[in-house]
Ligand binder design. Structure first.
Ligand code: ACO
Length: 431
C-alpha cells in the first residue's frame, strides 16, 4: 500500500470515483493532482481565472499571499532588495544559486557583449508611426528577434537556451530605449560597454549626441531596485503565457513576446501606467474621497489602480519596499511631486475603508513605482516597458525550467461548452 496521501472524489450520480494524490512542495499548500480525474469519473474541473489551480511545479519563486512573503530561489525579497543587484538577481533566478565573484564576472561580461541590436532591427522601427505605444513596438521587436536568431536555436539544447537568455536580458534595455527614442524622434544610442546594466540603459535612454549626460547615482540605484522587485513573480498572467506558448515548442523570442503582450493589460503590468493616469485624473488630495466612492460603486467600472492582488491578501512586500524608496528618491532628487500627496492620501483613505478592508485590497507593487519612474523622467507610456525589462529575467528562467522538466506536455485546457446543441445546416434561402 502506498503512503501517498489522497483525496477521494466520489460521483454518486454515476457511481464512479477517483483517488486523487495530494502533492506537496517545499512550502505552501498541498495540491490535489487531478490528472486522472477525467479518466476515472468522466469530469473536468472548472476554475476560471485559476484561483485554485497550480499549473506547474517550479523551484524559482515562492509567494505566501497571506503572510506577504516573496522569495526568489529561497531568498527573501527584502534581503535581495537591500543587498543584491538586478543582474545578480537575474543570475540567481536563472541558475538557482547566487554567483561566486568569478561566475558573476563571466555573466556580466556575457550580458555586456550581447547588448547590441542587429542593425536591421533599426529599419524595422521605421515601419511604426511615431506615436505607436512603446509596448506595441517592444512586443513586435522582441518577436522579430526570432527572425534574426531563429536558426541558431534548438530549444532542446541547454547551451542554446542559455544563449537565448543572455541575448534577451542583454538586448531588452537596448530595444526599450530605442522604442522611447523613436517615439520622440531622437537618434538611437549604441550601448556602452564601460557602464553597468542599469546605467547603460539610462544612457541609452537619455544621452544626446551633442553633450555628455550627467546622471544622479540615485537614479541608477532606484531603477536597479525596481528591476529587482519586478524580476519574477511565480505563475502570474504573463509568466503563465510564456509557459503556455513555450509548451508548444515555440522559440524563446516568440514566447517572451507573448509574455510582453500579456503584461501590457491594466489588470497586470499595465497597472503602473494606469496608476499614474489615475493619480493625475484625481489631481489633488481633496478629490481622493470621491475617487474612493467611485471605486466602491458597482455601477461604475472605475477601480483604484494599483490596489488589490490575486495572491497577496495581507500586503504586497514589494509595495512596502517601494513606498519607503519613493520618499527617499524624491527627496534625494529634489523632486516635489504633488501626486505623491494624492497617492498617500488615497492609500490612507482606502486602508481604513470597510470596502477595501473586507476585500483585503492593499496597494500592490505598481501603486508607487510610477511616481519613481516619473521622478526619473521616464514617460508614462514607458512604465510597463520598464516592468518588461525586469520581468524578462523571470520569464526566461521559467521558460528554461519548463524545458528542463522531463515529461512536460503542451498546455491545453478544456472548457464547459455553452453553445448550440448539434443541428443541421440550413440553406441560405430557408433562413
Ligand atoms: N478597486 C476597487 N475594487 C476592487 C479592486 C480595485 N482595485 N480590486 C478588486 N476589487 C474588488 C472587486 O470588485 C471584487 O469585489 P466584489 O467581491 O464585491 O465583487 C473584489 O474586490 C475581488 O476582486 P477580483 O477582481 O475578483 O480580484 P482578482 O483577484 O480577480 O483581481 C486584480 C486582482 C486584477 C489585481 C484586481 O484587484 C484589480 O483589478 N486591481 C487593479 C489593477 C491593478 O492594480 N493590477 C496590478 C496587479 S499587480 C501586477 O500584476 C503587477
Amino acid at each position: 500500500m502506498s503512503d501517498t496521501k489522497t483525496v477521494k472524489l466520489v460521483d454518486e450520480s454515476n457511481n464512479r470515483s477517483s483517488e486523487l494524490p495530494l502533492l506537496s512542495g517545499t512550502l505552501g499548500p498541498a495540491c490535489v493532482d487531478i490528472g486522472n480525474l477525467y479518466k476515472d469519473t468522466g469530469h473536468f474541473t472548472y476554475d476560471p481565472g485559476y484561483g485554485s489551480t497550480a499549473s506547474t511545479k517550479s523551484a524559482i519563486t515562492y509567494i505566501d499571499g497571506d503572510q506577504g512573503v516573496l522569495l526568489y530561489r529561497g531568498y527573501p525579497i527584502e534581503q535581495l532588495a537591500e543587498k543584491s543587484s538586478f543582474l545578480e538577481t537575474a543570475y540567481l533566478l536563472l541558475n538557482g544559486e547566487l554567483p561566486s565573484k568569478g561566475e558573476f564576472a563571466k555573466f556580466e561580461d556575457d550580458i555586456t557583449h550581447h547588448t547590441m541590436m542587429h542593425e536591421s532591427l533599426k529599419d524595422f522601427f521605421k515601419g511604426f508611426h511615431h506615436d505607436a505605444h512603446p509596448m506595441a513596438m517592444l512586443a513586435a521587436s522582441v518577436a522579430s528577434l526570432s527572425a534574426f536568431y531563429h536558426d541558431d536555436i534548438d530549444v532542446d539544447n541547454a547551451d542554446d537556451r542559455k544563449l537565448a537568455a543572455i541575448r534577451l536580458i542583454a538586448k531588452m534595455p537596448t530595444i526599450a530605449a530605442a522604442c522611447f527614442r523613436y517615439s520622440i524622434g531622437w537618434p538611437f544610442r549604441y550601448p556602452r560597454n564601460n557602464l553597468e546594466y542599469v546605467d547603460r540603459f539610462l544612457h541609452m535612454m537619455f544621452e544626446v549626441p551633442s553633450e555628455p549626460l550627467t546622471l544622479s547615482p540615485v537614479a541608477a540605484k532606484a531603477l536597479d531596485l525596481l528591476f529587482i522587485l519586478h524580476a519574477d513573480h511565480e505563475q502570474n498572467a504573463s509568466t503563465s503565457t510564456v509557459r503556455l506558448v513555450g509548451s508548444t515548442g515555440a522559440n524563446p523570442y516568440a514566447s517572451i513576446a507573448a509574455g510582453i503582450t500579456a503584461l501590457w493589460g491594466p489588470a497586470h503590468g499595465g497597472a503602473n501606467e494606469a496608476v499614474l493616469k489615475m493619480l493625475e485624473e484625481i489631481g489633488t488630495a481633496d478629490k481622493v474621497e470621491s475617487a474612493v466612492k467611485r471605486a466602491k460603486d458597482k455601477n461604475d467600472n472605475f477601480r483604484l489602480m494599483g490596489f488589490g492582488h490575486r495572491v497577496y491578501k495581507n500586503f504586497d512586500p514589494r509595495a512596502k519596499i517601494i513606498r519607503e524608496m519613493t520618499h527617499k528618491v524624491l527627496g534625494e532628487l529634489g523632486v516635489n511631486d504633488p501626486l505623491l500627496e494624492v497617492a498617500l492620501k488615497l492609500e490612507e483613505a482606502a486602508l481604513k475603508d470597510d470596502y477595501f478592508v473586507e476585500r483585503k485590497l492593499y496597494p500592490n507593487v505598481d501603486f508607487y513605482s510610477g511616481i519613481i519612474y516619473k521622478a526619473l523622467n521616464i514617460p508614462t507610456e514607458m512604465f510597463t516597458v520598464m516592468f518588461a525589462i525586469a520581468r524578462t529575467a523571470g520569464w526566461i528562467a521559467h521558460w528554461i525550467e519548463q524545458h528542463e522538466t522531463p515529461g512536460a506536455r503542451i498546455g491545453r485546457p478544456r472548457q464547459i461548452y455553452t453553445g448550440a446543441d448539434v443541428r443541421n445546416y440550413v440553406a441560405a434561402d430557408k433562413r
